[in-house]
Design a protein around this ligand. Structure first.
Ligand SMILES: [Zn+2]
Length: 73
């Protein structure tokens, strides 16, 4: 008799679990999920919104005119 423990860990029905980057919940990674690596549509929308507002913040810099408006002495 031989025990074949080596087969363990590579079960074909084992799903890859990933953490949603937005809400942090663990869910099964599936190519059937159009929102991967997010857990769902809502989390993907939140992430895209965060990226958008981040780029808007980068745009909002003080202008050169503001820096040149120093009254001096
Ligand atoms: Zn999520």
């Amino acid at each position: 008799m031989s025990n074949v423990d080596a087969a363990q860990g590579d079960a074909p029905n084992k799903k890859l679990m990933v953490r949603c980057p937005s809400c942090g919940v663990m869910h099964a990674y599936s190519t059937d999920n159009p929102y991967r690596p997010f857990c769902g549509k809502g989390c993907k929308a939140i992430d895209l919104g965060a990226w958008a507002s981040e780029s808007y913040r980068v745009e909002a810099k003080p202008t050169t005119e503001d820096l040149l408006d120093d009254p001096g002495v």
